[in-house]
Structures are given as structure tokens and as C-alpha cells.
Design a protein around this ligand. Structure first.
Ligand code: C2E
Ligand code: CA
Ligand code: CA
Length: 705
């Protein structure tokens, strides 16, 4: 039970731990999913806006290029220009139409005309002539070559100069109508300096924000290369990313932070609760374990606790251990006489005394009821047991009462062949049983033979039980005769059991029947059978033996009455023989039964008189009708003191004025002496052995008739 409850608590702890971990994991996962979704949205928003800005810058550059390219195309593809540039005053014409214009024309700052050979025909910047080749280098020649290769379409290119970056556009000068002629053409080049103003204008027009012209872009900014001839990057426009996602993110950041903090508090609270629950369960487990292994009345270990200790002792290397089982003698009487409250108090006092008497190395426990035990070193077990028996003999004082109990002890060694605590307990229990059997205050050590004895006893009990069920135990009858005349006065019924293994002495099987709880039934059967037999024997008495165990049964008188009634047997013909033992244990119940049966005429004889210690007072109190002198006194007549003991015993009977039967009379001499001493009845082999009913009839009844 203890094991199961422990397992249950452990599995509950595990479950709480698991659920908490799982819960925390799931909630953490959800939180990180939400967070990464928000971060993803922020980055996506940033990316989308960066792409938009990229497109805007591309458009800005393209529109700038397109504008300059179409201006060049308008001026280059022009019949007048073609004609004039081919004429003698080409330079003047070029100046008039283009060079002069460059001074304050918003669309270009530079106007250059190259001859088909590549030589400069006219080159003006801001209305003033300048050295195009040294300012623009190879770029202008390459641009002119690309322009003549692309027909009427103008081409563009960014060109770095000492002054700054120019966008240059070139177109072959040609007539509008006829298409390009076969001959080599001159080229018109316009260029516009990308001033900060222009960049700012583009920035504003295309809604970019922070657009700058730079030689190399900074890595934390978005950028777009400005391409020269052959696709070479000659400069860059760069601008900062607006990162609208970050703006949004910053907006929700507070909420996220608050949510995160709340979440953290929540998780911490959950974990704290789980820890508290697990701690509680742990405490419960410890408490349940204590409860499962301890006795509530005395606080000592209980049986389960002892079994645990035995397991520990078995597996530990401390020297050999032994177990002593202690059973209080007469505890039941204390309970019966004073009630359970006093009984409980006594148990506590006994526990106290045990603890005080034993050294601290022993493990003391209460197995239940009035059974205690201690586990200790095998060397000490004998000494400890003796000390305990002595200590428990000292009277206890409870509420003004003085209560005396004693203790019987059975011990067993924890040898290596003992598989578990149950076997050790069983062995000690068997030794205890033996101790109780042999009297009060005994200590018995377990030996292998005890097992054998117990098995034999159990087998005997089984056999007897079957014999009683089948009414196989039957009475023999021994004659009781008048000491003076020798005539038959009665018979004593003596139980006989002859199983297939041969006859068993009643002294053996009556004891077995008492222990096995068969005596009530067996006694009733013997009474029934002998009454049935004796019914036909007019007048003579019938004596039947009654065990003290039977007399302790409150039903006894009723059973006897019923048997007498059923058989219509005269109660005054029946004598019940009882021994002094009855006077010792539970005399009150016996007294009640005796009184009730005496009231209907049943007589009582004190059996085995002379070998007990009953006081005259007690004998008188019970009102015996007859005494039966024990056979040992009769046998002792041969000895020196025998006669003295006999006459002392008989004078006691005479003082009480009770007639006496002599038992075990075997010789004429004994018969004479006993008769002379005042015995009025004789019984024994001299008169007749126990015999069958027919023999009684043949030998005594027919002879008398
Ligand atoms: P007990 O009541 O004292 O019975 C007398 C015993 O002495 C009988 O032994 C009897 O056979 C034996 N006996 C009689 N005369 C002589 C003699 O001259 N010499 C010798 N040596 N022995 C003699 P038994 O039958 O073996 O019975 C033994 C005891 O068993 C009885 O002692 C009685 O206490 C008990 N017992 C027998 N039958 C019953 C029964 O039905 N119920 C109960 N409760 N006890 C019974
Ligand atoms: Ca008897
Ligand atoms: Ca006797």
C-alpha cells in the first residue's frame, strides 16, 4: 500500500513537472513565433520600401538621361545643322546655335561638336570655349563612336571630370528626312553637370530623401551606380533607407515589450506554482511515508516500517542482526477488565519502557495489538530479551490502578537464507508461539525444528478436524465403583481416537482440539454419544470430562442443557469433571455456567485433585459435588511420604465435606488403603480399564441384574 501511494505521488510529481515544461515550451514557442512574425513584417516592410526607393532613383536617373538625350537628338537630327556643320562656317554656326546657349541654358552646360575624325570642331562650356579632350578624356571620343553607331538615336554616359560628374549625351548630326547618309558624320555632345542642386531636385521630385552623389557609397545606405561607357560605374547616388518597418516596429515595440514582460511574469508564476505544487507533493509523500511506516498510537515503526528496516539490514554490512517479537501476557484481560482506553494507555507505557530498556542501536516497532518487536545485533538479542522480560514484569500504574502484565519473546536470526522480512517475521512468530505455549515470560529462539513441529501439528489438526466431522472420535467407558461394596456407581466417558496410523492419546488430541478450536464440537459429540449410550443404563451415573476452553465459552451451559433435553437424560445423573485450570482463567464465566447447570441438577467434580494449588476458599466457592484424587497421589502410596500427602489431601476434602473418588487404582492394596482413608468411590485398572459399552453391560450390568 505504501509502495503504491509512493508511486502515485512520484508519478503526480512527474506529471506536474512535465505539464509545466510542456506549457512553458509551448507558450515560449508561441511568443517567439509572434516575435519573429513581427520582425519579419518589419523587415518585409523595409524591403518593400527600399525596392520602391530603388525604382524611384532608377526613374530619376532615367528621366534625367532621357531629357538630355532627347535634347541632343532634337539638335543633331536637323537638316539645317547637318548642312551648316558640313559648310565652311561650321564653327561659327555651332557657336551661334549651341556654344552660346550653353552659357545659361538649363538643359546643358557643355556643347561640343566633334568632326567625323574625332577632332574637336567646337567646344563650349557655360558659353566659353574649353579644352574638351583634356576635360572629358577618352570618354567623349567613345561616346561619339557609340552615337554614330546608333543611327538617329542619341546615347548617354556619365563622365567623371575634375569639376564633377557630368551626364553626357551624344547624337550623330544628320538630316531629319533622309536617314543617315553613307559618309562619316560629325557628333553633337551635350553634357550637364550633376550639381548638388540637381541631385536635390531629383531627390525632391522622386520623393527619395537624402539623395547624394558620391564616389563610393557608404555600406549603411542604399545606392545606385551611375554608368559610364562600357557599363563602368563612374560614381554613385546613395540615400538612406527609410525603414518604415522599423518605424512601425518602434510603434508596437512598447506593446511588445509590455506583452513580453507580462509573459515572463506569467511563465515565472507558472513555474513558481509548479515548484510549489511539486514541493507540496514531496511533503505529502514524506508525510504519507511516515504514516505508512509508523504506528499512530506509539509513534514507533509499524510492520511496514519494520519490513523496510529488515530489507536495509539485509543489504547492509553491519554484523549479523536478529529480530525479537514481543507479546504481552494477559493484555487481553486488561482490555476486557478496564476497557480500551486503559489498554491504549498501557500500550504507550509499554512502548516507553521498551525504548528506555533497549540501547539506542535497536530498532523498536509495534506490529499491532499487544505485539512489539525489535531488530538488533544478534550478539545482544538474548541479553536485550531478558532485560525486556524483566522490565515488563514491573507493574504499570495507570490512573491509580496497578496493572501487571508480562511478556513472552520469540527471536530469530537474520541469516543469509532468509529471502525477506516476511520469512524473518514468520520464524520469530513461530518462536513466540512456542514461548507462549510453554508458559508466561519465556524467551524462545527459533530453530529449524520448530518448522517441523508446526508442520506436524498442522497435519494433526487437519486429520483431527476430519475425524470430528465424521464423528470418528468416540467415548470409551471406565467403571466407577462403590469402595465398600464394589458395585457399579457410574462410568467415566473417555474420548478415543484411532486413526489408521494407530490410537492417539486423548492427552495429545484434546490439546490439539483446544488449540484448533475443535474442542467445543468434539466435547459436544462426546457428551451426546455417551448420554445416548448411558440412557439405557438405568440409575448409574455418567461422568464426562470438560476442557477449561469449553467452560470459557458462554454458550456451554446452553449446549449441555440442549443435549440433556433432546435425549431426555436426567441431569442429576450427569457429572462434569473439570480441572483447576478453570479456576485460574476467566473464573467468572465458568462460575456462571456452573451455577446455571447446577441449578438443573448437573453435578461437578474437581478432576486431578491434589496436584494443583486451588485454595480451599476457591473450592468452596465453586461448590464441587465430588473430588477425584489424581492418579499420581495413588501411585505415590508406594513411596515413603506418599501416605502422608494422601491423608493431607483427603483431610482437606473432608474438611469441605465433599466425597472423594480415587483414580488410577491398580492393586488390591491401593484399594484397601484408599477405602480405609475415606474414599467412597474407586476407579482404575484394578476395577476395570476404559471399555466399550457392550463390555460394561456384560461385566457390570448383567452380572448385577
Ligand atoms: P482423566 O480425566 O484423569 O482420565 C483418567 C485417565 O487415567 C484416563 O486416561 C484413563 O485411561 C487413565 N486411567 C484410569 N485408570 C488407570 C489406571 O489404573 N492406571 C493408569 N495408568 N491409568 C488409568 P486417558 O483416557 O488417556 O485420558 C487422559 C486424559 O484425557 C483424561 O484424564 C482427561 O483429562 C482427558 N480426556 C479424555 N477424554 C476426554 C474428553 O472427552 N473430554 C475432555 N475434555 N478431556 C478428555
Ligand atoms: Ca476425568
Ligand atoms: Ca483425572
Amino acid at each position: 500500500m505504501k509502495l503504491i501511494s509512493n508511486m502515485r505521488a512520484t508519478s503526480r510529481k512527474k506529471r506536474v513537472g512535465l505539464v509545466t515544461i510542456l506549457f512553458t515550451a509551448v507558450v515560449s514557442l508561441i511568443a517567439s513565433l509572434v516575435f519573429s512574425a513581427v520582425v519579419y513584417m518589419r523587415d518585409e516592410a523595409n524591403k518593400i520600401d527600399d525596392a520602391r526607393a530603388n525604382r524611384a532613383v532608377t526613374s530619376a536617373i532615367r528621366s534625367f538621361q532621357t531629357r538630355l538625350a532627347s535634347t541632343v537628338q532634337d539638335n543633331a537630327v536637323w537638316d539645317d545643322a547637318f548642312k551648316s556643320i558640313g559648310s565652311a562656317n561650321a564653327s561659327a554656326w555651332a557657336y551661334e546655335n549651341w556654344g552660346k546657349t550653353s552659357e545659361d541654358y538649363p538643359l546643358y552646360d557643355v556643347a561640343v561638336v566633334l568632326k567625323p575624325t574625332g577632332a574637336v570642331l567646337s567646344a563650349y562650356r557655360k558659353g566659353a570655349p574649353f579644352d574638351a579632350h583634356s576635360e572629358f578624356g577618352n570618354s567623349i571620343g567613345e561616346l561619339a563612336a557609340r552615337a554614330s553607331a546608333s543611327g538617329q538615336r542619341a546615347v548617354t554616359s556619365f563622365v567623371p571630370t575634375t569639376e564633377g560628374v557630368y551626364l553626357a549625351a551624344a547624337g550623330a548630326i544628320q538630316p531629319f528626312e533622309d536617314g543617315p547618309s553613307q559618309e562619316a558624320l560629325s557628333t553633337l555632345v551635350f553634357a550637364k553637370l550633376l550639381t548638388p542642386d540637381i541631385v536635390a531636385q531629383l531627390d525632391e521630385t522622386f520623393d527619395i530623401g537624402g539623395l547624394r552623389l558620391v564616389a563610393t557609397p557608404s555600406p549603411d545606405k542604399l545606392s545606385m551606380p551611375l554608368l559610364g561607357n562600357h557599363g563602368r560605374s563612374v560614381a554613385y547616388l546613395h540615400w538612406p533607407s527609410r525603414m518604415p518597418g522599423n518605424l512601425t516596429f518602434d510603434g508596437v515595440y512598447r506593446s511588445l515589450l509590455a506583452a513580453g514582460t507580462l509573459f515572463l511574469i506569467f511563465v515565472v508564476a507558472i513555474i513558481a506554482t509548479a515548484v510549489a505544487v511539486i514541493r507540496g507533493l514531496q511533503r505529502d509523500t514524506v508525510a504519507a511515508r511516515f504514516k505508512a511506516t509508523h504506528d499512530s498510537l506509539t509513534g514507533l515503526l509499524n510492520r511496514a516500517g519494520l519490513l523496510d528496516e529488515i530489507d536495509v539490514a539485509k543489504s547492509s554490512l553491519t554484523g549479523q542482526q536478529a529480530l525479537a517479537l514481543i507479546d504481552l501476557d494477559g493484555f487481553k484481560d486488561v482490555n476486557d477488565a478496564w476497557g480500551h482506553a486503559i489498554g491504549d494507555e498501557l500500550i504507550k507505557l509499554v512502548a516507553n519502557r521498551l525504548t528506555k530498556t533497549l540501547t539506542h542501536t535497536e530498532t523498536i516497532c509495534r506490529l499491532g495489538g499487544d505485539e512489539f518487536a525489535f531488530l538488533g545485533s544478534a550478539n545482544q538479542i538474548g541479553i536485550c530479551s531478558k532485560a525486556l522480560v524483566q522490565a515488563l514484569q514491573e507493574p504499570f500504574r495507570i490512573g491509580g490502578r496497578t496493572i501487571e502484565v508480562g511478556a513472552s519473546i520469540g527471536t530469530a536470526l537474520l541469516t543469509s537464507d532468509i529471502p525477506d522480512g516476511y520469512e524473518l517475521l514468520r520464524r520469530a512468530d513461530m518462536a513466540l508461539y512456542e514461548a507462549k505455549e510453554s508458559g508466561r515470560g519465556r524467551i524462545v529462539d527459533y530453530l529449524g525444528e520448530l518448522d517441523l513441529q508446526r508442520n506436524q501439528r498442522a497435519a494433526m489438526e487437519d486429520k483431527l478436524r476430519r475425524a470430528v466431522e465424521n464423528r470418528e472420535v468416540r467415548p470409551a467407558f471406565q467403571p466407577l465403583v462403590d469402595a465398600k461394596t464394589g458395585s457399579l456407581r457410574g462410568v467415566e466417558a473417555l474420548a478415543r481416537w484411532v486413526p489408521d496410523t494407530g490410537p492417539v492419546s486423548p492427552e495429545v488430541f484434546i490439546t490439539v482440539a483446544e488449540r484448533a478450536g475443535l474442542i467445543d464440537e468434539l466435547g459436544r459429540q462426546i457428551l451426546e454419544m455417551s448420554i445416548e449410550t448411558a440412557s439405557s443404563w438405568n440409575d448409574i451415573g455418567l461422568s464426562v470430562n470438560v476442557s477449561p476452553v469449553q467452560l470459557r465459552n458462554p454458550e456451554f451451559a446452553v449446549v449441555v442443557e440442549k443435549v440433556l433435553e433432546t435425549r431426555g437424560f436426567d441431569p442429576s445423573r450427569l457429572t462434569l469433571e473439570i480441572t483447576e485450570g478453570v479456576l485460574m482463567s476467566n473464573p467468572e464465566q465458568a462460575k456462571r455456567s456452573i451455577a446455571r447447570l447446577k441449578a438443573i441438577g448437573v453435578k461437578f467434580a474437581l478432576d486431578d485433585f491434589g496436584c494443583g494449588y486451588a485454595s480451599i476458599g476457591a473450592l468452596r466457592e465453586f461448590g464441587f459435588d465430588r473430588m477425584k484424587i489424581d492418579r499420581s497421589l495413588v501411585t505415590a502410596l508406594q513411596e515413603e511420604k506418599g501416605a502422608g500427602i494422601l491423608s493431607a489431601t483427603l483431610s482437606l476434602a473432608h474438611a469441605l465435606d465433599i466425597p472423594v473418588t480415587a483414580e488410577g487404582v491398580e492393586t488390591q492394596e491401593q484399594a484397601n488403603t484408599l477405602t480405609a482413608c475415606g474414599c467412597d468411590q474407586l476407579q482404575g485398572y484394578f476395577v476395570g480399564k476404559p471399555m466399550g459399552a457392550k463390555q460394561i453391560e456384560d461385566a457390570f450390568l448383567k452380572a448385577a441384574a
